[in-house]
Design a protein around this ligand. Structure first.
Ligand code: 2AM
Length: 182
């Protein structure tokens, strides 16, 4: 990970996420290229592919330690995701891949993160969590039966706190902290 660019900024765009290893990111990028044949749009860069758990928006630097406390307090078992379902959401113009089912540890991880964030006064999404990995942006979504992909298996044993910086050629994500799952 690069040394914290943006350090010293008064506030930073932050989010908790699951981050695939480079091999799985490459396989997901290839899946994104196949989805692009159907829906067009722009394939997310390989190194940027992830699953957002909780998006925090712009957070003042002085609240960073609170987020470290929240991440560190989470106790969840490691788990596996089988990514098989592919589709496109018109509202966000996003092409995605999603797991065939939601394992309990993932639900627990997201609920526990949201609960602790809310209790600390952070704003969190009140929409139900829709587990997905964005593969395409600016896609031309249209009604299509969900596409099946041979399962891409993802063993998840940690989660991360990330910063998003907007650069002229797109977002750059930097890992700020990582926590293991038991
Ligand atoms: P997405 O890929 O599932 O759309 C980092 O910016 C991540 O946070 C993005 O990948 C995006 O997840 C999510 N994100 C960005 N802006 C958001 C917003 N306004 N509300 C919720 N999630 C957002």
């Amino acid at each position: 990970m690069p040394a914290a660019p943006g350090k010293g900024q008064a506030s930073q765009r932050l989010f908790f996420a699951l981050w695939p290893n480079a091999k799985l990111q490459t396989a997901l990028h290839v899946a994104g290229q196949r989805l692009q044949e159907t829906f067009g749009g722009r394939v997310v860069r390989t190194e940027n592919i992830h699953m957002t758990l909780a998006f925090l928006g712009s957070i003042p630097a002085e609240r960073f330690d609170e987020l470290l406390g929240i991440g560190g307090a989470i106790r969840t078992k490691s788990f596996e995701l089988k990514l098989t379902e592919m589709g496109c959401w018109k509202r966000s113009a996003v092409g995605w891949i999603a797991p065939e089912s939601l394992p309990e540890p993932l639900t627990n991880l997201v609920l526990e993160l949201r609960r602790r964030l809310l209790a600390a006064g952070f704003r969190v999404d009140d929409k139900p969590f829709a587990a997905h990995v964005t593969l395409l942006r600016k896609a031309k979504c249209r009604p299509q039966p969900a596409r099946q992909q041979a399962p891409l298996e993802w063993c998840i044993d940690h989660f991360v706190l990330m910063r998003s910086d907007t650069l002229p050629d797109g977002p750059q994500y930097s890992q700020l902290a990582t926590w293991p799952l038991s």
